[in-house]
Design a protein around this ligand. Structure first.
Ligand code: FAD
Ligand code: NAP
Length: 351
């Protein structure tokens, strides 16, 4: 009898691994490629059971919302979609509440959850597509805030040893759209939960871009986290293409950061070049501006192109292949290099 129960229990834990599954609905570019093997998991136990039964000759690729990936060919890997849910308050003091959040939770749902409770820290990161589990991957950022500012720790499942390891903020080695998981530990871990600390009396960050202006147009009596969140939502909806209507993965390139001598030389030639001085003396340039200057804003290239309102975003007009989009990005990189002698780096993860 016990054996029967064990078999049933094991069968329940075992998620089916399917073969040759289309990833079209699993990436916001809407690229139609096939994964050699595909499965989903909603608990750590399910993840462990899938990894135990997997074909070890295939690499493993984890997908959240697929909003920061470009598939350029069929994927010779086991693709695992993370569906671990749950938001749990794990500690509280006079100033803050910390939440442990399942990696499969939709990022913007978590933002809304905190905004509804008047907790501050991630209101500027409203409406970023994707999952909580991917948020530390590139230390998501927008409107002057990065997740490293509220990040406490994460739990990640080590694909080879099948052990869960905890990473502190320092251990994640966060940088500008960077973390250790995009570099040294790439493809080695599955992030299963993230813990963030949100503030009860937050200092609002409204200095960035058009936020102040948008807040004024909202005409509220008291500005709070929900005002800032709404302002960010309005700005984003007015500027960025909605991936459910037109395929894209947000900014395709990172903003380049250059040494001061390189910047001064550039400013001699291009006096209007937008620039943001960094704490270490380097200068961040706006990749969107560079792309606009080389005449690519709004440019179409077959089935894909550069968005007409935001030159950092490459779009799929419906039938583009990942290779077409990749080739367009290569063309932009060489043209920017030729005109400005600045090397653009892709932000989107290429497979
Ligand atoms: P995916 O695309 O599924 O995965 C991205 C990478 O992380 C892949 O390499 C994947 O293997 C890995 N990964 C995902 N989940 C896990 C996990 N649990 N464990 C281990 N590895 C994992 N980004 C910003 O930073 N700021 C923005 O303002 C912003 N705006 C955007 C606007 C639009 C319209 C779009 C389409 C994208 C935007 N992005 C932005 C990019 C993107 O939304 C974020 O990078 C987001 O965090 C990606 O989440 P995801 O779940 O879709 O990740
Ligand atoms: P924007 O406000 O038009 O600004 C253009 C660029 O200049 C941005 O990329 C931004 O860099 C930089 N910038 C502007 N004001 C700045 C300031 N006060 N200090 C430092 N840097 C400044 O940008 P946008 O395209 O509308 O995007 C708004 C925000 O959403 C940005 O933070 C952007 O990163 C984020 N976003 C990200 C993605 C993505 O996929 N990664 C997609 C859409 C929007 P930063 O990018 O470093 O902030």
């Amino acid at each position: 009898m016990t054996e029967v129960f064990s078999v049933i229990f094991f069968a329940l834990l075992c998620r089916m691994i399917e073969n040759q599954v289309s990833l079209k609905n699993y990436n916001t570019f809407g690229i139609d490629v096939k994964a050699r093997e595909f499965s989903t998991f909603s608990t750590v136990e399910e993840l462990k059971s899938i990894l135990n039964q997997r074909n070890k000759s295939l690499p493993v690729i984890i997908l959240g919302g697929g909003s920061n990936v470009l598939f350029t060919k069929d994927v010779e890997a086991l693709v695992l979609k993370n569906e671990i849910n749950g938001i749990t308050a794990i500690s509280e003091d006079d100033e803050s509440i910390s939440f442990k959040v399942g990696a499969g939770v939709v990022w913007h749902s978590f933002v809304q959850y905190t905004v509804e409770r008047k907790l501050g820290g991630i209101e500027n990161l409203s409406l970023i597509p994707g999952s909580v589990g991917a948020s530390p991957m590139q230390n998501i950022g927008a409107y002057g805030v990065e997740i490293k500012d509220v990040f406490v720790s994460l739990e990640a499942f080590h694909i080879d040893s099948l052990e869960v390891h905890t990473f502190t903020n320092k251990a994640c080695q966060f940088g500008y759209r960077e973390s250790v998981f995009k570099r040294k530990l790439k493809n080695q871990y599955v992030i299963v939960s993230v813990t963030y600390r949100l503030m009860k009396n937050p200092v609002l960050n409204t200095n960035y871009g058009a936020i102040q202006q948008e807040i004024q147009s909202l005409q509220v009596e008291k500005i709070d986290v929900s005002t800032v969140s709404q302002a960010v939502i309005n700005i984003r909806q007015s500027k960025l293409p909605d991936p459910t209507k037109i395929g894209n993965a947000g900014s395709f390139f990172k903003n380049p950061v250059v040494k001061s001598d390189v910047f001064f030389a550039l400013r001699q030639k291009f006096p209007n070049i937008p620039n943001y001085p960094q704490e270490n003396g380097d200068y961040k340039l706006a990749a969107g501006w560079l792309i606009e200057q080389i005449g690519y804003k709004g440019k179409k290239a077959g089935n894909c192109g550069v968005h007409d309102l935001q030159a950092l975003v490459l779009v799929n007009y419906g039938a583009a292949t990942g290779k077409e989009i990749y080739d367009l990005s290569s063309e932009i990189i060489s043209e920017v290099k030729r005109v400005f002698n600045v090397e653009l780096e892709r932000e989107v993860n290429i497979y």
